[in-house]
Design a protein around this ligand. Sequence first.
Ligand code: SF4
Length: 351
Amino acid sequence: MNADLVTKRNIKGLTLDQLTALMLEIGEKPFHARQIYQWMYQKGVRDFQEMTNLSNDLRNLLSESFSLNAVTLKAKESSRIDETVKYLFAMEDGLFVESVYMVEEKRVTVCLSTMIGCPIGCSYCATALMGFSRNLTAGEIVDQLTLINSLGKKPVTNVVFMGMGEPFLNYENVISAANILNSELGPAIAAKKITISTCGIVPAIYRFADDGHRFKLAVSLSAADDSKRNKLIPINRKYPLKELMKAIEYYTRKSKRRVTFEYILIKGFNDSPEDAHRIISLLGSLPCKLNLIPYNPNEYIGYKPPDESVVDRFIQEVYQSPFTVTVRRSKGSDISAACGQLYVREQKSNG
Ligand code: SF4
């Protein structure tokens, strides 16, 4: 670990107001906050010395007193079959997170992590094997994207908080990061292109609705009856489907926005016509979208995706529903592209 970095205060993740207060605190003019904000989040520079519209004195003062980068690149894996790249980033305290970069025509999406590990323990998720270390700061969340953008690939157009961690258990930092990513002086990603995906933290769904955020909401469903969902997503015991659906109906009424339900299809577990019919009766006429995701198999967890014919039959069944249905074939299926897999593999190879 770099001792120099940990003794300096990291400014990545500060809002414009917080940066303005910082300028006043160090005896500088408040307008520099705007310049620094743009350099950090829009232009993505990774060294104070590159902030060329600041005086040399201010650049030196910033370099001596603060650190700018919340994450550094530790490893990456590029798909040979599409443009997907999986990144492993190191935090200042030496812990790691993953982000995934995916390209689909003009849409360039990054899947950002919000925690190191995750306390939820979903049975299909490699991140769950790590246990939980801590929440990420807003700066660590934002810096995954600014570092990816600075690596010279196609700039990111869409963000999903669907990497390692449950975003709604790190609510303030995730919302703060989303606001920075959305800001005009930052990466300026439209709110409707920023999606927060939760496994179903009911109180946070009410809060998200009441706070009136314009970001999109996705919910991991993956089973439409409590006994199966308990096995996949243990938090379902605390917030069962009935309570979850009440919260989602509240959100839908209040926000006038559609929720996307993610449904991971697992061979022989939740892929039968009866499972499909249960989804239809659970979601009913709720304005929503259902995204079917055949399981991305890996060496750590025994689940498999259903055969193509079973996926097709499932799609036929749910197409009878009033809501929109999409199917997401896994991107980067030749690399460990589902979150947690690269981390777990690196840990194993490091002994
Ligand atoms: S799927 Fe999401 S909520 Fe569940 S253990 Fe993995 S990271 Fe956590």
